[in-house]
Design a protein around this ligand. Structure first.
Ligand SMILES: C[S@@+](CC[C@H](N)C(=O)[O-])C[C@H]1O[C@@H](n2cnc3c(N)ncnc32)[C@H](O)[C@@H]1O
Length: 250
């Protein structure tokens, strides 16, 4: 799936579904988007086109994860509004599976979440750059962060992240921004789960937005691209399947 992941990751919400008849790839996209080009690219990668279906997020939900799942140790994601009674110290985040990336199921989100849990100390300021559903920003706040700013350059993500912040009753700022274009302040942690090429551009400006001793949690780096970060001070690295996450100091 390397090439398929590389094509879709960060651009589309997508799922691999196993069934008795084989494996299916489902790509979710707003109706207004023309997917002809994407379809051709997927076919060129050897996939067989099955069909398209108009649906609404609620119907789509019936086919995918609806039960709460442990995204990382001690952090449960609830896609529906279950009445959960978590044990003390367990964090529950309510994230309906919708159109913005960041359901908690993708390896890149899980690795970012695990690093947030490890490095975030209560009272820290956190920037979630490329927030998608807002899942990482919400987690940061629930881990005790002070200021949390969540930005994305996709208006749909801003809408979804704003809804999810309300749903989780957390006070985070959500803002449309192309990388740092509308970011203010300095942060103890910048977490960014975007494709490697964009992360490299982001790193060129990141110093202006990090406090001294601040760290960057970078995810979304597919294996062949990890060498793009060879010249940085990598504090820690995690690999899940073909994905890498790095903790970097600059
Ligand atoms: C892979 S998703 C990550 C979502 C979520 N943070 C997570 O970890 O699950 C990447 C997000 O980055 C956003 N993005 C891509 N390029 C961006 C840019 N130049 N500025 C801000 N956001 C960007 C995309 O719209 C998408 O929502």
């Amino acid at each position: 799936m390397d090439a398929v992941d590389e094509l879709l990751y960060g651009e589309y919400d997508y799922y691999i579904m196993d069934s008795s008849e084989g494996k299916y790839l489902a790509v979710v996209s707003p109706l207004k988007n023309d997917l002809t080009n994407l379809k051709d690219q997927l076919i060129a990668l050897g996939l067989q086109f099955v069909g398209t279906k108009e649906t609404c997020p609620e119907d789509w939900l019936k086919n995918i994860v609806t039960e709460p799942f442990e995204m990382i140790e001690g952090v449960i994601v609830d896609p529906m509004d279950h009445d959960l009674r978590p044990s003390e110290g367990t964090i529950v985040i309510k994230i309906p599976q919708g159109l913005a990336f960041g359901t908690g199921l993708h390896q890149t989100t899980k690795m970012s979440a695990a690093y947030l849990k490890k490095y975030l100390k209560p009272g820290m300021d956190v920037l979630d750059l490329g927030c998608g559903s807002g899942i990482l920003a919400i987690l940061a706040k629930k881990l005790g962060a002070n200021r949390v700013l969540a930005v994305d350059n996709d208006p749909l993500a801003i809408e979804v992240a704003t809804d999810n912040a309300l749903r989780n009753d957390v006070d985070i700022e959500v803002r449309l921004s192309d990388l740092f274009s509308d970011v203010d302040g300095r942060y103890d942690i910048i977490v960014s789960n975007i494709v490697a090429e964009i992360l490299v551009v982001m790193l060129q400006q990141a110093r202006n937005y990090l406090k001294s001793n601040g760290i960057l949690i970078l995810s979304g780096i597919i294996l062949p691209k990890v060498s793009l970060f060879d010249n940085y001070d990598v504090v820690e690295k995690t690999v899940m399947d073909e994905w890498n996450a790095l903790v970097i100091r600059i």
